[in-house]
Design a protein around this ligand. Structure first.
Ligand SMILES: Cc1ncc(C[n+]2csc(CCOP(=O)(O)OP(=O)(O)O)c2C)c(N)n1
Length: 401
């Protein structure tokens, strides 16, 4: 059985097309029940289809889109209930949460549900970040992390009578572009509303550990935004806060606190929730939720393999990032421990696994510095290019920035 011939094993037809009005800040019990059912259904669907990426070995991201589902469900109901008040696009400054865009494209009838089971598969048209014009139903390209807000400001300028939303994150908000966009939004009193998932997880770490002192709320308040913090898993309160923000003019940031992957055993609060859920955890989750067919589909997805013959290379395969880390480690191994400590510092900015710095961390943890920078990882040579008397040439070129 291949996923090409299997139908989506979770009944998305059960999605309730709720229409809500932000002028009514209290949910009726029917509305609350419908929202809760939608949240559960969409979180289950996300776990399932992102896990198809894990099964194939192509990766993906589960936790970010899983977390923000309550906000997305309320927004979807507002877009339906008060269409003249919103630019009805789920703009998201954290492109890796693209699962949200694909799921909503399916629920809106633009993308067949079966397509979701090819999440991140090569040539499926469902890449790891949203791409306008590539995937049916996707309405923007996110670019890199934290680069949407300036664009959203432009959309708000073009639509002064409407609310424009931005799904934000504590990781994206560390990007410098956001600071400029925040000041513009405040100075122009743009009607942008930031819904920031403050789950204290980025890639390899918890901001509260690697950057003590930083808070998203105080940063945005410092730029002049009205800021409102709350528990994102308290549905009535989240709804009330969103209603208040959407019926008040000007830029407002809702800082929505929750644990990463809330409710997923083994992932809740963990940095491992950032990337794709592992196959065994997804199977355990779906099994517990009674989705036997979804479990069966996951178990039957074959891991990616191909029969290419590589000419001119050995059978050992690696990734550039790890080869880079290993090369730096081999150079560093030529130094004495005292020389290494005195002359080299490796500053990781939450991307160590993505840049091969994990190899350096594992070999020489004493030279790894506190993670306090952002936007990539930087390998610093404090004694400049004369790092190892007269031996500049022995450094791999990529270590020189
Ligand atoms: C400009 C830029 N810097 C860094 C990265 C690598 N990166 C991808 S996601 C991420 C952090 C994600 O944290 P958050 O946005 O809070 O997402 P969550 O872990 O909650 O899903 C980083 C550093 C990137 N994609 N783009």
């Amino acid at each position: 059985m291949t996923t090409a011939t299997v139908s989506f094993p979770i009944d998305l037809g059960a999605y309730k097309r709720l229409a809500l009005d932000p002028a009514q800040p209290t949910l009726t019990s029917d509305q609350r029940d419908a929202l809760k059912a939608n949240i559960q259904l969409c979180r289950d669907a996300l776990v399932f289809f992102t896990a198809t990426g894990a099964a194939r070995g192509v990766g993906g991201h589960t936790g970010g889109p899983y977390d923000t589902i309550p906000e997305v469900m309320i927004l979807d109901a507002f877009f339906r209930g008060a269409p003249d008040k919103f630019v009805p696009i789920f703009f998201d400054e954290a492109g890796h949460r693209v699962g949200t865009q694909y799921l909503m494209a399916t629920l809106q009838g633009d993308l067949p549900a079966e397509k979701l089971m090819h999440y991140r598969e090569a040539h499926s048209g469902l890449p790891g970040h949203p791409e306008l014009g590539l995937t049916p139903g996707v309405k923007f390209s996110s670019g890199r992390l934290g680069h949407m807000w300036a664009y959203i400001n432009g959309v708000a300028m073009a639509n002064p009578d409407k609310v424009v939303i931005c799904l934000g994150s504590d990781g994206a908000q560390q990007e410098g572009n956001d600071a400029e966009a925040a000041r513009l939004a405040v100075s122009q009193n743009l009607n942008v509303k930031l819904l920031i998932d403050d789950n204290d997880v980025t890639i390899a770490g918890h901001p509260s550990h690697y950057m003590p002192g930083f808070t998203v709320a105080k940063t945005l308040a410092g730029h002049g935004l009205a800021v409102n913090e709350g528990d994102a898993e308290d549905l009535d309160d989240l709804y009330r806060r969103m209603c208040e923000a959407f019926t008040t003019a000007g830029p407002i940031a809702l800082i929505n606190k929750r644990k990463m992957c809330v409710g997923i055993e083994g992932l809740e609060g963990s940095t491992h929730g950032h990337d794709v859920i592992s196959l065994d955890k997804a199977i355990a989750y779906l099994d517990k939720r009674g989705y036997a067919e979804a479990v069966k589909v996951l178990k039957e997805i074959p891991k990616n393999k191909h029969d290419y013959t590589y000419l001119g290379s050995g059978s050992k395969r690696g990734s550039n990032r790890n080869v880079f880390g290993e090369a730096v480690v081999s150079v560093l191994s030529g130094l004495t421990p005292a020389e290494r400590k005195a002359q080299v510092v490796c500053i990781d900015s939450d991307l160590e696994g993505s840049c091969g710095l994990n190899k350096i961390h594992a070999a020489y943890p004493e030279i790894l510095s506190v993670r306090a920078l952002w936007n990539g990882a930087i390998f610093l040579l404090p004694q400049g290019l004369a790092w190892r008397k007269g031996s500049r040439a022995s450094l791999p070129p990529s270590a020189l920035f």
